[in-house]
Design a protein around this ligand. Structure first.
Ligand SMILES: Nc1ncnc2c1ncn2[C@@H]1O[C@H](COP(=O)(O)OP(=O)(O)OP(=O)(O)O)[C@@H](O)[C@H]1O
Length: 353
């Protein structure tokens, strides 16, 4: 349906989108997930032909967006982050204007306008000037514009930004219903949003694709590992060796806590492996007292933060699995190896690019 190949966008020296490649299949909801400035809007603007790419191609239903813009754009409805609405028009006037722009045949125009207004629940506002609408209703008008003509692909840039919780639920339900007839791509910086709505998630960081999978698999990734943070007294090599002998431990990392003269030890395990007792007896056997032990589940949020904290794509990150990165929020360092190993596993299984 849509093929994005090695897409690059540079603004001067700054690379906003860095060799992105992926495929979008029919009839699914795809989510672009990434922190602010990750390159989501820039990517969407290139897919929809709003801006030209520096390098790479976008093909929609076999039509290159730059070589055959008219053919390619016919397949797309786009809701940009800030919908370009005419504030001095009423909702109905604007819908008629959009229908004309999209060359909806005269005999279908009135019924399609009614249908679309009904879908996004703006029929009651038909005679209200757009400038007098609330943010939520303006967003719906923008959505109606994207849906008008029932294009095969509907692209929505941060569709729920600035809406209240009730409006967010309504818009999400509407997006889910669109899936019946359309392919939907939406962007968001909110993890729970894409998990709730999307069939497939593409995580973007610093303009690069760092992971892509179903929310279920990303969820499994989060469920797949536990960490144990400990403070242990004793010889570094003895502690390290002892822990490595315990079955079920994937990674071990040690950092000296100079203040307490103890080792700050972090280990990761598969979720089903509870190694706390084994660690206790092993350290007792080695005369290395444990001062503190905290068991922690890696959350999906943490994985998202880790993936987007690094400016390397997963493939590169995996190569440097020994690297340690800061766990957000505290000074503990956690090994990314388990996460990366899982990401790699998942990447091999489900990556579309
Ligand atoms: N016209 C422009 N000129 C220069 N830099 C730009 C331009 N547009 C975007 N950028 C930069 O490109 C990067 C990606 O921006 P983009 O808007 O695509 O990110 P985003 O993921 O959509 O973020 P947000 O969620 O905040 O909208 C940012 O660093 C941004 O500052």
């Amino acid at each position: 349906m849509i093929e994005v190949n090695n897409l690059v966008k540079k603004y001067g020296d700054h690379t906003a989108v860095d060799h992105l490649s992926f495929k979008i299949e029919k009839g699914k909801i795809y989510g672009f997930l990434g922190p602010n400035g990750a390159g989501k809007s820039t990517t969407m603007n290139m897919i929809t032909g709003y801006i030209a790419s520096t390098e790479g191609t976008v093909t929609i239903d076999g039509h290159d967006i730059l070589d055959e813009p008219e053919e390619a754009k016919k397949c797309i409805g786009y809701l940009p982050e800030q919908p370009p609405l005419y504030f001095d028009m009423t909702v109905l006037e604007y819908m008629k204007f959009v229908a004309d722009l999209k060359k909806i045949p005269k005999d279908k125009k009135a019924s399609m306008i009614e249908e679309v207004m009904d879908m996004v629940k703006i029929s009651d506002m038909r005679n209200r000037l757009i400038k007098n609408l609330s943010k939520g209703y303006r967003q719906r008008v923008g959505l109606a514009e994207a849906i008008m003509g029932y294009p095969e692909v509907i692209i929505l840039d941060e569709p729920t930004v600035g809406l209240d919780p009730k409006q967010i639920i309504e818009i999400r339900t509407l997006i889910k219903n669109l899936k019946k007839k359309h392919t939907v791509i939406l962007s968001s910086h909110i993890l729970s949003e894409v998990s709730a709505v999307c069939d497939y998630v593409l995580i973007i960081s610093h303009g690069k694709l760092v992971a892509s999978d179903t929310p279920e698999n990303l969820g499994k990734l989060a469920e797949g590992s536990n960490t144990l943070d400990m403070l242990i007294k004793g010889d570094k090599t003895a502690i390290e060796q002892g822990l490595k002998e315990i079955e079920g431990i994937d990674t071990v990392s040690l950092k000296h806590d100079d203040k307490q003269n103890l080792w700050n030890v972090n280990i990761s395990t598969e979720e089903q492996n509870d190694v706390r007792e084994s660690v206790f007896y092993k350290m007792a056997q080695l005369n290395c007292p444990i001062y503190e032990m905290k068991s922690k589940k890696v959350s999906l949020e943490e994985i998202f933060l880790e993936l987007t904290a690094s400016d390397k794509p997963v493939s590169e990150v995996s190569e440097s699995a020994e690297e340690e990165i800061h766990n957000s929020g505290d000074d503990d360092k956690i090994k990314t190896e388990a996460v990366e190993k899982d990401t790699q596993k998942k990447d091999e299984g489900g990556k579309e690019s």
